[in-house]
Design a binder for this molecule. Structure first.
Ligand code: ADQ
Length: 502
């Protein structure tokens, strides 16, 4: 079995409390597959990549490098999080593009490619993750890596009309063509990327559904909705539900219904709008005062980015305002907690909550929505209120679907959820739970990797002239190996991205 090599900005070490969707999902994925996981250590050092940190846990080797302050600021905080993240979440107004940041982004991707290449074996399957590492596949090809390369984008992908606002977009997004397979969460994202390649990058559609760019590189774009380890999460929730901590929470709630929100603190998650909708609920439905408690868990993320600090202050003010206005000596309307929790405990909170409130303005998928469904008690399930603009809404369609910007609609959905009959709650929950049991994280991982393995580098016709048709260079460490993998690549010869100053 070929080794799986995962590459992502951050590496989620086992036993670390991960508060990110990618970490949660990949953690579940590596547990069965094993392999190598490479990325940034999350630490800063005098010089980027000066040493490799290696750890082995079970079947997985974790290899990380540190970054210098300048690289961190330009690659991570600057370009990835202040240009790409807002753009990919349809927030063109928040995009801050600086040339130096893009150079830093390319420089760190080059460093990842330089560091990873000697660690690769000829049969490895490489799976690159997320917007931090868009050009990495092309940079690996440029170093002679001929292995299968897959890329998965964890964010949404907006329409081409928005993507072209990014300076040098063709260079950046066009470099994805060096990967054999590009995965996105939904068919809408898939269509948007295909449309971008066909209309902005002069790619052509091949009869087998793949695309071919102007340099002859062939690649497939396909939707693979990410998911969770549904049955495991359900078991955790059942156990957690019986734990003393959760029992304590139930006791403190008494007859009150709990509404729960769990998100990284991020402007894409629609938290100000969510707080507003909850405030409106208490304002207009006086009977619910004292009868409902809202627990919003939102650990800080990306604190070095000013927009995130502003959001933090805005939410502190808003929660303070709601509590100041409606609280009673024996009732706090909103508990706003900025901490991470062990996942097991979190599943217990989901199980206790009568309503899961998941209202991002845009979200690639949103695993919290799926976790909330997995954690419910089949005899007495809660209700999911879910944004139409989360990828998860395309699967969890018996949730109460809302437009998060229409705070009145969210308020109404909350009222409906809090008063919904047991019969309707069960009818809505059951099909969503069954869907998630079938399409879980293993299904996601297997379907992506199976599709990647099937991406034949050469069709019969290509086999006659593999170098021209596939754009594949020789496999790393197997220069003498015959077959399609030993052909030379145009992508390898032609620098896909300009050399960035180091
Ligand atoms: P995120 O934006 O991080 O993920 P999400 O998909 O909801 O969002 O995943 C969050 C994960 O972190 C969940 O597993 C949740 O349980 C966990 N988590 C959140 N807060 C926590 C806390 N306080 N303590 C412990 N755990 C916490 C990105 C994209 C999403 C996409 C995922 C996966 O933005 O759209 O669904 O990647 O692709």
């Amino acid at each position: 079995m070929p080794r799986l090599v995962i590459v992502s900005n951050r590496v989620a070490l086992p036993r670390q409390t991960s508060t990110g969707g990618l970490g949660s999902a990949m953690h579940a994925a590596t547990q069965t597959e094993g392999g190598l996981w490479f990325g940034w250590s999350g630490k800063l050092a005098e010089r980027s990549g000066a040493s490799l940190h290696r750890q082995r846990h079970g079947e997985v080797d974790y290899v990380t490098i540190d970054l210098s302050r300048a690289d961190h600021d330009q690659y991570y905080a600057g370009f990835a999080n202040r240009a790409l993240w807002p753009l990919l979440h349809y927030r063109a107004g928040l995009v801050e593009y600086r040339r130096a940041n893009m150079e830093g982004y390319l420089r760190v991707n080059e460093l990842f490619a330089d560091t990873l290449t000697p660690l690769l074996e000829p049969d490895d399957i490489i799976w690159i993750h997320d917007y931090h590492l868009i050009p990495l596949g092309a940079m690996l090809r440029g170093r002679g890596v001929a292995n299968r390369i897959g890329f998965f984008l964890h964010t949404p992908l907006p329409a081409a009309g928005l993507l072209i606002a990014l300076p040098r977009h063709q260079e950046l997004l066009g470099s994805l063509a060096s990967c054999d397979l590009i995965g996105l969460h939904t068919d809408r994202d898939q269509r948007a990327l295909e449309d971008y390649f066909l209309h902005e990058a002069q790619a052509t559609l091949l009869p087998d559904g793949r695309l071919q760019d102007r340099a002859g590189a062939r690649f497939r774009i396909q939707a693979f909705p990410i998911s969770i380890d549904t049955r495991k999460v359900a078991r955790q929730a059942e156990r957690a539900g019986r734990s003393p901590k959760i029992q304590q929470l139930r006791d403190s709630l008494g007859d009150r219904a709990m509404v729960i929100g769990v998100d990284r603190l991020d402007y894409s998650k629609g938290l100000p709008e969510r707080f507003k909708a909850y405030g409106q609920l208490l304002d207009r439905n006086t009977e619910l005062r004292g009868q409902v408690s809202f627990l919003q868990i939102a650990p800080h993320s990306r604190d070095t980015v000013p927009e995130y600090r502003q959001l933090r202050h805005q939410l502190e003010r808003s929660a303070g305002h709601i509590n100041g206005r409606y609280a009673e000596p024996d009732w706090t309307p909103i508990s706003y907690v900025n901490r991470s929790f062990p996942h097991q405990l979190l599943t217990g909170y989901y199980r206790v909550a009568r309503v899961g409130l998941v209202t991002p303005l845009r979200d690639g998928m949103n695993l919290v929505a799926k976790e909330y469904i997995a954690c419910q008690d089949a005899h007495d399930p809660g209700v999911l209120v879910l944004s139409r603009f989360a990828g998860a809404a395309r699967e969890l369609d018996s949730a109460l679907l809302v437009n998060p910007s229409d705070t009145e609609e969210v308020t109404e959905a909350l009222e409906t959820a809090l008063t919904m009959s047991l019969k309707e709650r069960r009818e809505r929950w059951q099909p969503m739970y069954e869907h998630l049991c079938r399409y879980d994280v293993s299904f996601w991982r297997n379907s992506f990797l199976d599709t990647l393995r099937q991406q034949s580098p050469a069709t019969d016709q290509e086999a006659a002239d593999p170098a021209a048709a596939t754009g594949r260079p020789a496999a790393v460490g197997s220069a003498a190996a015959p077959g399609p993998h030993s052909s030379h690549s145009r992508l390898a010869k032609r620098p896909v991205l300009p050399e960035s100053p180091r």
